[in-house]
Design a protein around this ligand. Structure first.
Ligand code: HGY
Ligand code: MN
Ligand code: MN
Length: 614
């Protein structure tokens, strides 16, 4: 059956009523949204039309938004049973297998529908075709339903609307006969790489951890398999030279066009990291490797060369999980590999030197990795936002203005272990309560600094953040007052001055708490990175690239640290953020981004490559 697709040109040029007729069925029983969006035509792209519809609904206000949500059928609900679903919903719910539930699944979903409706007053809405458009399975749908039942009503209304916009995005793609083909491939590459995980490390801490935990730490078996997989992937994409360097970075070069000028072509570096935090997400770092790889493959297939070399680096270690060696991979390229890292031991007592030797890495070659900045045009990095901003604004891409500065510590408070039953409350030297006090102080101090740096509307900013991410009583017992308590500090801010002010605040308070409680402590700084403002020229290239896609140009700082802040020490850099799903959550298995958004990142990257002047 030949399918008659519509075109953007028809949407842009047909008389209003005819154009609107082409867009019926996008928003369930609510064609007024697409019709109203046509007032903003002509649209530079489908992405621009999608965003125009988002804006129409945003401007409409809460009552029409609630009416739209309530116009949707429940999942595997009454409308499905009575076969009164719209054609689109029938297709979507059938594809997700919801029309073939077991009696138990069906009853469970009915129960979830009833509880969700009772709590929120509107039906649960999920884009069941999922982040890749090929469909979630019933188990994924049910676990998402169960998880979202616990959210706040305001969040859930917004999340239902975001899912509706995702449903509309896929329905519009279908109408246009459009597939984000490269986005699908890159999305699948993440799935492929995520098969490798340090099951051992993760399961040691949580014996019954679900198999799908993703933990890839420096030079473990899983990490080495990832390096090999990326190396083979780069070779398949057509890179001219691919190698794994002395610290485990996978480096691919796509050479510049041959010219008869004697001058050597400069190089644009790009990339990100392939290691993960424990029980992390699939896209943190990896997206910034796969997007440029996809671009090189398209260039190679077209026989196209750039006026500069493109060097794509999959950095081996950014998260500092197995060893306290954050940014090891990118640090080695800027001449900042710290030799004292080699003698650090991991949780199993294996030194980094031993791990490197076992991995076949030549430690003596590490100094040779230092790049000569004069040979480079700069560094660009694509990365998931790892936060809620783009997700809440329904904007697929963001221009990073600066990366927050950060400083990290690991520490231990020491007191006296004693009997939990016989030690009076005023005679204790309890290390855990001291760290608990410090943890609450970190939260208070960061909040106070944000209030002081409030924006023009007086709203506290998130100019600084403080986290105690690790907190443990070694060999603790239920009936022993903790004599020791280990902890970590992660302090960040938009400027180094603000970061240092928070740091001095917190360290002074640690001192005061320990004096007051008769305890002592150790504190070791494990990482310090300066705030890294984006290079204006490279940032402008990202802005033009995003603009060319018909996507709003939105600027935001990066709360997360990135390899770009290491390269920032020696060359100009700028980053592009890609929206995350699930409120942009990251460092969590719920980390997610769509193949449509990945396609936009690839298109933006390709635009930058073709507009960067060597
Ligand atoms: O912690 C960070 O900001 C980064 O994900 N390593
Ligand atoms: Mn990370
Ligand atoms: Mn990262």
């Amino acid at each position: 059956m030949s399918h008659s697709y519509i075109t953007l040109n028809q949407i842009n040029t047909l008389p209003h009523a005819e154009a609107a007729a082409l867009l019926t069925g996008l928003y369930e029983h609510s064609d007024w949204i697409a019709a109203q969006a046509l007032d903003a035509r002509p649209f530079a792209s489908a992405a621009a039309l999608k965003h125009a519809m988002v804006k129409v609904l945003e401007k409409a206000g809460r009552a029409p938004q609630l009416a739209l949500v309530r116009a949707h059928p429940e999942l595997a609900g009454k409308a499905m049973v009575s076969k009164s679903l719209t054609a689109e919903s029938t297709h979507e719910q059938t594809k997700a297998g919801l029309t073939h539930c077991t009696p138990e699944e069906f009853a469970h979903i009915q129960q979830l529908n009833a509880s969700y409706n009772a709590k929120f007053g509107f039906p649960f809405i999920l884009a069941v075709r999922g982040p890749r458009g090929s469909g979630l399975n019933k188990q994924q749908i049910i676990s998402t339903f169960e998880r979202r039942l616990h959210n706040h009503p305001d969040y859930e209304l917004a999340e239902c609307l975001r899912n509706i916009h995702r449903i509309v995005e896929i329905r519009l793609n279908d109408k246009l006969g459009y597939e984000p083909a490269l986005g699908h491939e890159v999305w699948d590459w993440h799935e492929w790489l995520a098969q490798f995980s340090d099951a051992g490390l993760a399961n040691k801490r949580a014996p019954h951890a679900a198999r799908e935990e993703l933990t890839v730490t420096y030079l473990t078996d899983a990490h080495l398999k990832c390096a090999r997989t990326i190396e083979l992937g780069m070779k398949a994409c057509g890179f001219d030279d691919v190698r794994i360097d002395a610290v485990g970075n996978v480096v691919g070069i796509y050479k510049a066009a041959q010219t008869n000028t004697a001058s050597k072509a400069k190089t644009l570096m790009t990339g990100s990291h392939y290691d993960t935090v424990r029980n992390g997400g699939k896209y943190d770092g990896r997206l910034g490797i796969f997007v440029p790889m996809a671009c090189v493959r398209e260039l190679a297939r077209a026989g196209q060369r750039l006026p500069f070399n493109l060097e794509v680096v999959a950095f081996a270690e950014e998260e500092g999980q197995r060893y306290k060696a954050t940014f090891l991979g990118s640090g080695a390229l800027v001449g900042d590999f710290k030799n004292e890292w080699l003698d650090q031991k991991d949780a199993e007592g294996v030194t980094m030197r031993q791990a490197m030797k076992q991995a076949g890495l030549k430690i003596e070659d590490i100094p040779k990795l230092t790049r000569n900045p004069a040979e480079y045009l700069g560094f660009v990095e694509v990365h998931i936002e790892q936060g809620p901003v783009l997700n809440e604004l329904d904007i697929p891409l963001g221009i990073v203005t600066s990366i927050n500065g950060s400083v990290r510590f690991v520490g231990e408070v020491m007191g006296m272990a004693s009997h939990a039953g016989t030690t009076p409350m005023d005679r204790r030297r309890d290390a855990a309560t001291a760290v608990a006090e410090l943890t609450l102080y970190v939260e208070k101090s960061a909040a106070e600094l944000n209030a002081v740096s409030a924006d023009t509307a007086g709203k506290p900013t998130s100019a600084c953040v403080g986290t105690v991410g690790m907190l443990a009583v070694p060999n603790g017992s239920i009936n022993v007052v903790p004599g020791r308590c280990q902890f970590s500090l992660d302090l960040r801010a938009t400027t180094d001055a603000l970061r240092d002010s928070l740091m001095h605040d917190v360290v002074n308070e640690l001192k005061a708490i320990c004096e007051r409680r008769g305890l002592h402590y150790t504190l070791e700084e494990t990482m310090r990175a300066s705030a890294a403002p984006s290079d204006a020229k490279l940032q402008t290239l990202w802005e033009h690239a995003v603009q060319s896609l018909g996507v709003p140009v939105f600027h935001l700082p990066s709360g997360a640290g990135h390899d770009a802040m290491k390269l920032h020490e020696v060359m100009p850099q700028a980053m592009l953020f890609v929206r995350g799903q699930n409120a942009g959550i990251s460092h969590n298995p719920l980390e997610s981004t769509t193949s449509d958004d990945m396609q936009l990142a690839i298109d933006a990257f390709m635009h930058l490559l073709h507009h960067l002047r060597a």
